[in-house]
Design a protein around this ligand. Structure first.
Ligand code: SF4
Length: 656
């Protein structure tokens, strides 16, 4: 395989497409290695547009880890926009990497990072443009292995026909393990071909290979069993868990794009996992247990990343950043260090409490106090007990009052619509809450011009969560409740002008629900949608509910199931779920009892601060919660050089 650059054929196409800069590569800290220097070559795909995919942390981490290996080469590719797809097809140019514009089909492994299920059709576009057969069963030894990872890969069954394997959980060690197996296999002359290579990867417990598991169905449409077809592979492939985040301080040199992307900042992950136990949150459940990065590693990563990238904004990421055991020290010491420079810090935390306002004040020392975001998620206290989001109305009002009193002018509140047991009244409670927030904010700030924005997302039940058995609300129900809420907010003259209202209609959520909780039969729907033009389904301007509905009708009805069967149907306890044979560490009985607790409106504390309640993760995965405080220092506290004032600059210019 040549790895020869396609750029001479690609360049003439660039003036004919929108945003050509996204296809040229050459970003700061990108890496191009000689093709022949590598024993194993990875192409990493983020199946969305470049502007969305480039900032993705997971992909940047793997890119850097792989390229650090002397005999490994990793390049990136993204979903091309429809205008470029048209050009590539018209001129017979295959899918290419942005780093050295090499054909994707020339690589050994195509590693795909799935953050959302609505990217599945984009995977098919990439495979097709690359000249890789859509179905894994049709691939030969000349094609790359297609291996998916990311949160959506915790139920890869809907894409089982299109992938060779899936990595569950943390990818850092897994990609190196896969690389070792591929390298050794090639060195031996690839005995037994593709099937043997996949078998070795499965036997080493590095990946889940769907084609090695047979799925049988019952007459009522539910799964009867999922059975391994080889004797020496695990019956329940398990997720990978990185146990020492400090040993993996990536990315060290974040990519710096020329093109505009959705986030223009560097990010440092301050911990992984979350045990707050929000019952709707798949990310929290599948990334357990909590593993903190220590304060000094965080300091070094911020320092090194800023020098390597020149970014002026740092985001401290995690699922609930304010919960880091030393977040107050991190906030103060970083704010001290970068005070007076042009470096701004952000903490995209949405926890509802006054401590969060204190943190936000620290982080905004260098910048404007624009908006603060909190996520109560449920409109009524009853519903917040169901979802285990322990925030009382009193807490919320106190928190926003503190924020407005301390000079914040705009508070954003996130909610979900369509949660289990939800009624119209629960959703209308959001309008009441907004009124109280605005009243309290006006009283606390003494100003009338404060703003409160309510953002509403549709709830989609996800695998490996206590809500995996729940009936998803129909899109008609979601749309009806959102209409009621909008009328209630708009009709309230006291607050109407102070409250912004953002929401999406319920239809894309139903398709996300089909793809999230679907089984292998859903693959036919994905393929039909793609063949009928489905692309970028996560983008409202490209999404067509009717196309999905038609395809589901055509492909699922003959099998005795339907779109409703996969989405708005509640599952009984003993039904075999399509992902039951994949081990995220969570004990199924615990998930069921937590689902029953939800229906009883019973809350559960965070196991970081209360005794372990046996969710199953730590004993199954051989892991444990890792939290501080460490009482270490962030960095030797030398403030970074402050920027010269305007007067200093002028006087320096005059004297020179
Ligand atoms: S096993 Fe116990 S300590 Fe570990 S994440 Fe689950 S509840 Fe928490």
């Amino acid at each position: 395989m040549s790895g020869e650059s396609l750029f001479p054929r690609l360049e003439p196409l660039l003036p004919r497409v929108r945003k050509p800069v996204q296809y040229v590569g050459g970003e700061g800290n990108s890496v191009v290695k000689p093709w022949d220097s590598a024993a194993v070559r990875w192409c990493l795909l983020y199946p969305d547009a470049y502007e969305v995919g480039l900032p993705n942390q997971g992909l940047q981490i793997l890119y850097e880890i792989l390229n650090e290996q002397p005999d490994v080469l990793a390049e990136r590719t993204y979903a091309v926009l429809p205008d470029m797809e048209e050009q590539l097809r018209a001129h017979g140019v295959p899918q290419f990497t942005v780093d050295a514009h090499r054909p994707v089909a020339d690589f050994d492994v195509l590693g795909v990072s799935f953050a959302t299920e609505l990217g599945y059709t984009n995977l098919l576009t990439v495979l097709d443009l690359a000249g890789i057969p859509l179905h894994a069963a049709d691939r030969t030894d000349d094609h790359p292995l297609v291996i998916v990872g990311g949160h959506a890969a915790f139920n890869p069954e809907p894409v089982a026909d299109f992938i060779d394997a899936a990595v569950l959980g943390d990818g850092e060690q897994a990609v190196l393990g896969i690389t070792d197996v591929v390298r050794a296999f090639r060195a031996e002359g690839s005995p037994g071909g593709r099937t043997e290579l996949l078998h070795r990867l499965a036997r080493r417990r590095l990946v889940y290979v769907p084609s090695f598991y047979e799925v049988t169905y019952r007459p009522d449409g539910a799964i009867a069993a999922v059975t391994p077809t080889l004797p020496d592979i695990p019956a329940r492939p398990a997720k990978h868990t990185l146990s020492d985040l400090d040993a993996w301080p990536y990315p060290k040199a974040p990519l710096v794009p020329f093109a505009e992307t959705v986030h223009e900042r560097m990010s440092v992950e301050i911990f992984r996992g979350c045990t707050r136990g929000c019952r709707f949150c798949q990310a929290g459940m599948i990334t357990r247990p909590v593993r903190e990065r220590s304060i000094d590693t965080i300091g070094e990563m911020v320092d090194r990343g800023l020098s390597a990238s020149g970014f002026s904004e740092v985001g401290l990421l995690s699922l609930s950043s304010a919960d880091h055991s030393e977040i107050a020290e991190i906030a103060t010491q970083l704010a001290d260090r970068y005070e007076g420079t042009n470096t701004s810090l952000s903490l995209p935390s949405t926890r509802v409490d006054s401590f969060n306002v204190t943190l936000a004040n620290e982080f905004s020392r260098n910048g404007r106090r624009s908006g603060l975001t909190f996520a109560p998620e449920g409109g009524s206290e009853r519903l917040r007990r169901v979802i285990n989001k322990m925030v009382s109305e009193e807490d919320l009002i106190r928190t926003v009052s503190t924020a407005y009193a301390q000079g914040w002018r705009h508070v954003k509140l996130y909610f979900m619509c369509g949660l289990p047991t939800e009624t119209d009244e629960d959703v209308l409670a959001i309008a009441r809450l907004a009124r109280e927030v605005v009243r309290a904010g006006r009283a606390a700030s003494g100003q009338r011009d404060i703003r409160c924005t309510i953002s509403i997302g549709g709830f989609v039940p996800k695998p490996h969560t206590p809500f995996q058995w729940a009936a998803q609300a129909s899109w008609q129900t979601t749309d009806h409740r959102l209409r009621l809420l909008r009328e209630a907010v708009r009709g309230d003259r006291e607050i109407a002008r102070a409250v912004g209202f953002r929401y999406h209609d319920g239809r894309p959520g139903i398709i996300e629900g089909l793809l999230a909780r679907g089984d292998r039969r859903v693959g036919r729907v994905i393929e039909r949608v793609w063949r009928e033009g489905g692309r970028f389904d996560g983008w409202s301007e490209h999404f067509s509910f009717e196309r999905w509905e038609r395809a589901a009708e055509a492909e699922l009805t003959p099998l005795g199931v339907s779109l409703d069967w996969f989405t708005t149907r509640e599952r009984p306890e003993r039904e075999v779920l399509p992902w039951d044979h994949l081990d995220a560490g969570l004990d199924r009985d615990w998930l069921w009892s937590d689902w029953q607790d939800a229906l009883r409106e019973t809350e559960l504390d965070d196991c970081r601060w209360t005794p372990c309640y046996d969710c199953g993760v730590c004993p199954t995965m051989g892991t444990e919660i890792q939290t501080g405080p460490t009482h270490r220092k962030l960095l030797p506290l030398t403030p970074a050089a402050p920027l010269p004032t305007r007067a200093e600059t002028a006087s320096a210019a005059a004297s020179s």
